[in-house]
Design a protein around this ligand. Structure first.
Ligand code: PEP
Ligand code: MN
Length: 338
């Protein structure tokens, strides 16, 4: 349920109302805009009398939220959320565009430092790199694990770029203490126990859409994290599995529009995993920027041919530089249009 409060309502009256609702064993979420305050109510709302609430002089209207996702719902939080990342509090969302770049996996100190420096010079705002890798085959490179995270921290020290890396097991959380954004990969999107643990942290979480998951399921996964207390969520469309085999996955760009409509959370796009082909990454990055995505996560490797993971979809640093320039042109054109 959402309660829209009249603009002239006094703050203490709103506070009293919230306390009264919470005293019935319900949880509330308050979203303050410039003109309206929305009180989201979660729990057994049959305990509340709609007519009584609507009749209060500070209440403008009462609406029921039929969707099962509440915290992630734009009805609960009409304004775009802006997620702040790292010690510099880099904003993501509501026009603040994130460019996350780096190798699929951290392979060596030389590799990660060199990629970090080049992507930073091209305009990346964050560095990505997998330390724990979810590989289809148990015989493939599984990542450098804790050593990989330490190398990412080195790269962060060298460049100042906040780091984004994937978690696969909640028991590894202590290793992620200095990680700026924790990624939940497509394969773990519905690892609900992991999501609940991430909900107890206050770290920004980048959650990727599962290979065969609907947009609503992605929002329900975000809801798992948010309902446990962590509202710092960035959603990521990374392509879904379809009957098409020409690309690794099928990039569902309409998901960006749907997610923006249904939710206030920022939505970024991963054109690398979506296509699996380096030469398609530029066009899909431009398309993502054009349709209003809040950022990109792109795989970049200093030597894609010899990459231990996802070389075929990885850009060389100079190709990434070209993509960033193209994306800037698209964004400038889209803003001019507005
Ligand atoms: C990755 O980012 O390297 C990765 C494994 O992504 P996804 O979970 O989208 O497959
Ligand atoms: Mn990858």
């Amino acid at each position: 349920m959402i309660i829209i409060v009249k603009p002239e309502a006094k703050e203490e009256r709103v506070r009293d109302l919230v306390q009264w609702i919470e005293a019935q064993g319900l949880r509330t979420h308050i979203s303050k805009g410039d003109y309206t305050t929305v009180i989201g109510v979660i729990g057994d709302i049959s305990k509340l009398d709609d007519e009584l609430l609507s009749g209060l002089d500070i209440v403008e209207s009462v609406k029921h939220v039929s969707e099962p996702f509440k915290n992630a719902n734009r009805k609960f939080h009409p304004l775009d959320s802006v997620i702040k990342v790292g010690k510099d509090q880099i904003p993501v969302g509501h026009g603040n565009f994130a460019i996350i770049a780096g190798p699929c996996s951290v392979e060596s100190e030389e590799q990660i430092i060199s990629v970090a420096k080049s992507v930073k010079a091209s305009g990346a705002t964050m560095l990505r790199g997998g330390a724990f890798k979810p590989r289809t085959s148990p015989y493939d490179f599984q990542g450098l694990k804790a050593d990989g995270i330490n190398l990412l921290l080195e790269a962060k020290k060298e460049t100042g770029l906040p780091i984004v890396t994937e978690i696969m097991n909640a028991n590894h959380l202590p290793l992620f203490e200095d990680v700026d954004v924790i990624q939940v990969g497509a394969r773990n999107m519905q690892n609900f126990e992991l999501l609940k643990e991430l909900g107890k942290t206050r770290k920004p979480i980048l959650i990727k859409r599962g290979l065969a998951n609907t947009i609503k399921e992605l929002l329900m996964s975000a809801e798992y994290i948010m309902s446990n207390g962590n509202e710092n969520i960035i959603l990521c469309e990374r392509g879904i599995r379809t009957f098409e085999t020409a690309t690794r996955n099928t990039l569902d760009l309409s998901a960006v529009c749907v997610l923006h409509e249904l939710s206030h959370l920022p939505v970024i796009v991963d054109p690398s995993h979506a296509t699996g082909v380096a030469r398609y990454v530029k066009s899909m990055s431009m398309a993502a920027a054009a349709c209003g995505a809040d950022g990109l996560i792109i795989e970049v490797h200093n030597d894609p041919q010899h990459a231990l993971c996802d070389g075929a979809q990885s850009l060389r640093p100079e190709q990434f530089d070209d993509v960033v320039k193209a994306v800037r042109r698209v964004r400038a054109a889209a803003l001019a249009e507005d």
